[in-house]
Design a protein around this ligand. Structure first.
Ligand code: ADP
Length: 661
């Protein structure tokens, strides 16, 4: 076995690999960019080497530099994690040329699966079922359109070099084909330097079920069962589980054996994942194979009791697989929830900022947190905005799901907007509890998932208003929230505050009553409702009795307002300045406010141009994701307030648009 390995990655996966290496007595070398000088993975490793500047193209993607770091430190092998160089055949080859073991498959297997269309041809030969479609070399748009027309809509356009849901567009009719093709092609070129596309029949209600496979250098191959990753936004996973619910033993075995056959068709070695779409009628189709460890591997570890990083190290060391197929069993059920810095109410766009508060649920045998950040760390725009993976185990699906909901409730993050409450709403959603899964789950249940129930909105408004009032009395004068202009004194004993939840403004008035026994009493008016409340504030703990119902919240502040943590999850309440309001609402420029910090990739029309409703006018990129902005109406793009290549701040106005009369 190796005595020292280098981890060519950052964040949670670097920390995850270091953990296993430490347990096995293997020394570790971390690499880091300037943005990660004080990162957790650097701290955990025995040694660390700086490899360059913050952008990954100048650090984590520099294969040569990383190999030099391995040689300098005497690391015998490199674990690539996921992302970055993990599926780069040239890098695997470079490792071999330099006498460093690449902890992953041979470069030939990576290349075979690197192109979605080439992979499909290989799978076709290995008799692995494929989604009907066109995956040829001829890229004439007219030919692709013809294939789509013949197949019938909807179709899905996919970048052959794609990954991470990028370079993909659904096309619902022939009229939309050309626009979809152009958008997908542009995104693919920008992200992968390759604009080639394939067309697939778009299945409208499939499940994403993937099989974990492992092969060694001695001809053995096994499957470690499947994961259901159907709950996705932007074609990317957010909650995964193992095993996939409601799958018969026969289907499990058939998918497993097909996956091993797919791996063996490319002489695979190491950990791999064969992704399938499972259709409502029980047919399944090969989608792609990921030739690395997946983000969601922990759910497989929890149901099989195996450490997949340990398996990877053993296979890379040319040892046989630790277990045979018959020795592998499923025990219980596991979920993984990906906690992201992103804003579900703003189309799940990534957010950045400092993790001022980061309180995690207690880790036990059944609750595991894989993370690469600590309280006080920055979520920077340079890398993936995932903060942590919360992984839980239970005897069965419902026990595991209860544990997931509880742990999500106990997770407290402030400083950046996260998807925590959204994940909690998912975990407690009835259809999810009933395992009514398909990849359109979030769109299908949008109304329930994004509905704030009225009582929790009221509670959060009262928590926020009472907190603002009590803390302004308790705290020192330099606190911005205690400044007089945050509060309007209408009458001697009434204070009012404008608050906002999910873009809806509310006026909350507190009529101050006597206070007794350390409790403050209020009559609260929200719109037409009047409620009786009493409250005590100790530090950040606010105990509130509202119309006879007593409960407690932890309240913390951020740039925009307050975060209220209750047993129903976290909620953001924006605190509006008293003088904000009317004049901006409804103005045409509002349609073109940058939704996030990012780079302007392209201005799509000339200033002064007349555009049709829905026409693309500007492309913005942040965290490697492209966001195309479209004209809301038929009208004129009067002026751009930015130029190509500009870095713009979220919230800034990008262009002036005037709708036609
Ligand atoms: P990427 O490599 O970019 O992640 P995949 O090919 O793995 O792309 O697809 C990502 C997701 O897109 C799948 O999990 C599934 O939800 C959806 N998807 C892919 N192909 C199809 C299809 N033919 N029909 C319906 N949904 C699909």
């Amino acid at each position: 076995m190796f005595s020292k390995i280098l981890i060519a990655n950052r964040g949670e996966i670097a920390c995850r690999v270091i953990k296993t290496a430490k347990r096995l007595g293997i020394k570790t070398v971390a690499v880091y960019s300037d943005a990660d000088t004080n990162a957790l993975h650097v701290d955990l490793a025995d040694e660390a080497i700086r490899i360059g500047k913050a952008p990954s193209s100048q650090s984590y993607l520099l294969g040569e530099t990383i190999i030099q770091a391995a040689k300098k430190t005497g690391a015998q092998a490199i674990h690539p994690g996921y992302g970055f160089l993990s599926e780069n055949g040239d890098f695997a080859e470079l490792c071999a040329e330099n006498g460093v073991t690449f902890i992953g498959p041979p470069s030939s297997s990576i290349r075979a699966m690197g192109s979605k269309s080439a992979a499909k041809s290989i799978m076709e030969k290995a008799e692995v079922p494929l989604v009907p479609g066109y995956h040829g070399d001829d890229q004439d748009p007219a030919l692709l359109k013809q294939a789509a027309d013949e197949m019938g809509y909807p179709v899905l356009l996919k970048a052959v070099a794609g990954g991470g849901g990028k370079g993909m567009r659904q096309v619902w009719s022939g009229d939309e084909f050309n626009q979809g093709f152009e958008d997908a092609r542009r995104e693919a070129l920008a992200s992968f330097g390759n604009g080639d596309m394939l067309v697939e029949k778009y299945l409208t209600q499939p499940r994403h079920v993937e099989v974990q496979v492992f092969c060694d250098g001695h001809g053995n191959g096994v499957y470690l069962f499947e994961r259901d990753c159907s709950v996705q936004r932007r074609h990317q996973k957010i909650i995964e589980e193992a095993p996939a619910p409601d799958i018969s033993k026969e289907l499990r075995q058939m998918m497993g054996e097909t996956a091993v056959r797919a791996a063996q068709a490319i002489d695979y070695r190491g950990a791999g994942t064969v992704e399938f779409l499972l259709d409502v009628d029980g047919s399944f189709y090969f989608m792609e194979m990921n030739t690395r460890l997946q983000v969601e591997h922990p759910v497989t570890e929890l149901i099989t009791g195996q450490d997949l990083v340990e398996w990877q190290l053993k296979v890379a060391d040319n040892q046989p697989l630790p277990l045979e197929q018959e020795q592998l069993n499923i025990d219980g059920h596991a979920f993984e929830a990906r906690i992201y810095a992103e804003d579900p109410s703003n189309d799940f766009l990534p957010t950045t900022g400092t993790l001022h508060t980061l309180i995690t649920p207690e880790e036990t045998n059944n609750v595991r947190i894989d993370t690469g950040v600590l309280q006080g760390d920055e979520v920077s725009p340079f890398y993936d905005p995932m903060i942590a993976k919360l992984v839980v185990w239970g005897e069965d699906r419902s026990a595991a799901l209860r544990r997931l909901a509880k742990a999500l409730r106990e997770y407290r993050i402030n400083g950046v907007t996260t998807n925590l409450s959204f994940l909690y709403d998912l975990a407690t959603n009835e259809a999810f509890q009933n395992a009514e899964l398909d990849t359109g789950f979030i769109e299908k249940h949008h109304a329930e998932l994004f509905k704030q129930d009225g009582s929790s909105v009221t509670d959060n408004l009262v928590f926020a208003a009472v907190y603002l009032h009590l803390s302004s009395q308790n705290e020192s004068c330099d606190d911005p929230w205690s400044s007089a202009n945050a509060w309007k004194m209408n009458q001697a004993n009434i204070v009012s505050q404008e608050l906002e939840i999910n873009d809806t403004p509310y006026l909350v008035e507190l009529e101050l009553c006597e206070h007794q026994f350390g409790q403050h009493g209020f009559v609260v008016c929200i719109n037409e409702d009047r409620l009786v409340a009493s409250a005590t504030l100790r530090g950040e703990q606010l105990t509130l009795t509202l119309d006879g119902h007593k409960r407690t919240a932890t309240v913390s502040k951020d740039d925009m307002g307050l975060v209220i943590f209750t047993d129903r999850g976290a909620s953001h309440v924006n605190v509006l300045e008293p003088d904000l309001g009317e004049d901006q609402a409804g103005s045409a420029e509002n349609a073109f406010i940058a939704p996030m910090n990012g780079t302007v990739i392209e201005l799509m029309v000339e200033p002064g141009a007349t555009v049709q409703a829905g026409q693309a006018v500007l492309v913005l990129e942040a965290m490697k994701m492209q966001h195309t902005m479209h004209a809301p109406d038929h009208g004129v793009v009067k002026e751009y307030f930015c130029k190509q290549g500009d870095l713009v701040d979220g919230g800034s106005s990008l262009l002036a648009f005037e709708a036609a009369e």
